[in-house]
Design a protein. Structure first.
Length: 285
């Protein structure tokens, strides 16, 4: 059970790597998904038949060189979550980060090559669309944070000791104050402890998000530039690597502290729920 929990915690932490322009999706590392996404964003920009063939050749070459990994190709840590040291967590995150670098560069190279197939006018359209998506994403993030703040204030007005639950249209209980472990019955003391932990981590989390944003911006700029190369990519990764790994460690330690609030029985319940979810997902694989 402990390995199950640390696996989800540390891999979630690794996702802080900010390699979002080349980031695999989930434990199965479905690394062809970003390829589909980048091609989808080329719709409606007036590609010629020759450009389509060039892009098709680039994508095919990428898929041949980087076949989809087998399902379950996902390394779990070989240590127990509750007793893991910061060094163990840091080593695991750094190792996973380094293992993914080859895949990340290959995707980045593909993005660069596809971008260079486009005319200047087409490139401008792609960049404009990208900017709009970023604005929309930022608005969604801000709206989500505002909603959480308003809900927390509502709870304060009604009294912290008052039992309160909100049901959505499907009848599921709303995660009070945005706390984790949905479906686990938490005591008031546990809720207060989790809220305090989350509040204490807010500034660190925001600083880590800023590191990710800076890295993503630097990646975009490099991909679009004429100076793009494996050497320049590796230099960029090296520049941000220590900060990104540290951010991952901080997030993993924060989740470790939150898991520690649970009782052994609650941890067992959480494991059962996650296993059920995994089995249901397997039906559609």
């Amino acid at each position: 059970m402990k390995k199950l929990l640390i696996a989800s915690a540390t891999v979630a932490a690794i996702s802080l790597s900010g390699l979002a322009l080349a980031q695999p999706a989930g434990p199965g590392m479905r690394h062809h998904e970003p390829v589909k996404e980048m091609v989808k964003h080329l719709r409606g920009i007036g590609l010629s038949d020759l450009q389509r063939e060039e892009i098709k050749t680039l994508v095919s070459a990428f898929k041949d060189a980087h076949p989809r990994p087998e399902r379950g190709d996902f390394e779990k840590p070989n240590f127990d979550f509750e007793t893991a040291t910061e060094t163990q967590i840091s080593t695991f995150i750094q190792t996973q980060f380094e293992k993914r670098e080859t895949q990340h560069f290959a995707l980045t190279q593909l993005r660069h090559d596809i971008f260079n197939v486009l005319t200047e006018e087409q490139q401008e359209k792609v960049l404009a669309r990208e900017a709009k998506r970023e604005v929309k994403s930022e608005k969604r993030r801000n709206a989500s944070e505002e909603k959480k703040m308003q809900f927390a204030k509502r709870l304060d007005r009604e009294g912290k000791d008052k039992k309160f639950s909100h049901h959505n249209r499907k009848g599921h209980e709303y995660k009070r104050d945005g706390l984790p472990f949905e479906g686990i019955e938490l005591s008031d003391t546990q809720r207060e402890s989790l809220s305090a932990l989350r509040e204490s981590f807010k500034d660190t989390a925001e600083a880590n998000r800023q590191i990710v944003r800076s890295f993503k911006d630097a990646q975009r700029e490099l991909i679009r530039s004429s100076s793009f190369s494996q050497a320049s990519w590796e230099a960029l990764v090296t520049k941000y690597k220590d900060d990104i790994v540290s951010a991952g460690v901080e997030k993993a330690k924060h989740r470790q502290a939150m898991f520690a609030v649970l009782t052994e029985e609650q941890k067992a319940d959480l494991k059962t729920q996650r296993e059920d979810v995994r089995k249901l997902r397997d039906i559609f694989r």
